[in-house]
Design a protein around this ligand. Sequence first.
Ligand SMILES: [Zn+2]
Ligand SMILES: [Zn+2]
Length: 190
Amino acid sequence: MKCPVCKTASLKYVSLESQIESSQCSNCDGHWISASSYWNWLDEHGERLPEKEPDSTPIEISDVQRAKLCPECRRIMLRYKVGHGTTFGLDQCGSCQGFWFDKNEWEALKERNLHDEVHLIFSAPWQSEVRKGQARQFLDSMYTERFEGDYERLKQLKEWIGSHPEKELILDYLANPEPYSKGAPSSAIK
Ligand SMILES: [Zn+2]
Ligand SMILES: [Zn+2]
């Protein structure tokens, strides 16, 4: 089997963490784990470990973002973001279901206890959470930029209004430029 990244280097059999069988590229340090190796290992591994928070100094990985061909069946592999605060993606062959890990990606997953959930990363519910997380992150940085130093105060205010019994009236009051002369807002009538 040839490395899907370096293309000419051959993959060599190694035993990665707790006996999981992997084929490694000695050139780029990427790993190929076949579906059967992964599932055998997962059966042995037992119960899923609870996810861990990211370390303050995360493991350095080299995420190769271009499309790769499966080293076993030569089909283009599917690529999905891992999410959960990580910045890299993983590749899986849609045909033989094997996984490709670029250098240190497996180690980075293991550090977070996500290495026993690799099969779930490629599932629709996981990917829907990843997209929601990306949208949240995008909006949060947009608000941070636009509201600048007022953002924290605004968040506190939103929380306060949200839990207030007169929430509707407060919102009408704030939105109405002349709350004393245009008649009472509908939310004031009980
Ligand atoms: Zn390689
Ligand atoms: Zn394949």
